[in-house]
Write a protein that binds this ligand. Sequence first.
Ligand code: ADP
Ligand code: TZD
Length: 579
Amino acid sequence: MSLATMPAPAATPVEDTSKMTDGFHLVIDALKLNDIDTIFGLPGIPITDFTRMAQAEGIRVISFRHEQHAGNAAAAAGFLTRKPGICLTVSAPGFLNGLTALANATTNCFPMILISGSSEREIVDLQQGDYEEMDQLAVAKPLCKAAFRVLQAEDIGVGIARAIRAALSGRPGGVYLDLPAKLFAQTMDAAAGKRSLIKVVDPAPRQIPAADSVKRALALLKGARRPLILLGKGAAYAQADADIRAFVENSGVPYLPMSMAKGLLPDTHPQSASAARSYVLAEADVVVLIGARLNWLLSHGKGKTWGGPKQFIQVDISPTEIDSNVAIAAPVIGDIGSCVSALVAGMGSNWTEPPAEWTGAITERKDKNLAKMAETLARNPSPMNFHSALAAIREVVKARPDAVVVNEGANTLDFTRSIVDMYQPRKRLDVGTWGIMGIGMGFAVAAAVVTGKPVIAIEGDSAFGFSGMEVETICRYNLPVCVIVFNNNGVYGGTDVNRGGGPDVAPTVFVKGARYDKMMEAFGGVGVHATTPQELATALNEAIRSGKPTLINAVIDETAGTESGRITRLNPQSTAKKK
Ligand code: ADP
Ligand code: TZD
């Protein structure tokens, strides 16, 4: 038989790949189906191609220089949008870099999903030493609200749906989603793949408070002689701005905003008691907490700060938050929108305002303190101090109330919080519940990306150092971010000395006279060296006008700060004398 007459070999069936999909695309499609349009991440094995494909499919992919900042960006995006922010990382070290942000998001009750690629399960589980080997699911679990792993392409839809629901429902928080390398390349029939995806319906369902809980709360509030409302960042997150305003204004009760609740009502509101904070905390008899926990930031609801006995009404979505530090007389459990609107409805139209004796005493203290502050702000010392620099920034923010302020540091944080008034909801992002340094550039990038508004990041020089390399990211995406580094030559200040007398500087001291502005210039942004409030204001106004990435190195008196700002007392003090 000649070759020509040999029967052709039986054709091996060739799969029609045009009707196939893969893990890469199923993840992208599942995210898009759920209106997730942005990913913050850092590429590498096994997710490099995923980032390219996501970009090709119309998802905005913001690439960072370190995963912690991508994670912080995802967390801030979650807080601002009420959609889970997505952070994407490589395995083990990339995952761990992102994990701090995931834990911080969970602590702050911000919804985010950390998606990390991972190595092969069969090798990881036998600890045979795979590339970037780590049992990431087990590591993540105790540090977030929920953790899931997807092993099969047909389960991607369920995995993403569960992650979204876990992040958004009830008390929001961080979720970890583990996607092993092999999953991305798995293929399946495209139509079956499409059917496997889930569009999450009502991911953060309203939780209506029980009618009797609302009644109990209103009865308590009605009997109050010295009532106070405390707004926390949960209230800002809830986006129930009109109801919160109605509750405050219809009740006539003075209120205090926690730092990220500033601007829910303008800080200049006549009912704001911020300038009489210690007085109202000590003197109030009934306190309404709305989306604020009685944690260390509120001295656990007891002790000297809180003065005499008081009763609490607490509005929160998490029933187990109640009684966590002190007895809560009237818990109102539900989502803030539903709870506050029920309170407003229950108050009716003829609610009696608090006694004038109380509101008058607050106004008196406020006026006195504000006058004192105005005097301090009007001084113009050389070198600049925190007050004179912030007096300049305060005026710029007043003129641009839509700008987002990001704020970290110790003294820089405390002074900015009390000096720079906020006028609109969710315009202030800061170190949150942990008092964590390093959120600065990640939060700034997210704020610029999701709001499109000017961002002003007011940073201690130490705080800035944690995420400083991301100025390249800010330049790369040409974001309207103006970073102001309060440069006082060190952590808290620059005057500490080496008590051992050796050549090293003290642990809190940095290079003197550093030029952080040059870092921004290195990547094509605008750098400004400012030594007076006038130079600072001019540069900030120009940054906002031009929208160009800008870094202002604001030289602050290195003796102006105090150790740990306002929380010096938290430093352990030994009474033992050193021999
Ligand atoms: P702050 O630091 O500003 O005092 P916290 O982070 O301590 O605020 O408190 C936020 C609280 O808000 C948490 O207890 C959280 O459960 C609650 N919370 C978050 N979102 C909502 C919501 N949509 N409805 C009700 N409570 C919420
Ligand atoms: N590391 C992390 C992750 N978070 C922290 N909060 C700290 C360290 C400790 N820390 C603070 O609490 S504030 C701060 C550090 C290092 C920096 C303070 O210096 P600064 O600000 O230059 O940023 P000021 O305005 O000079 O005080």
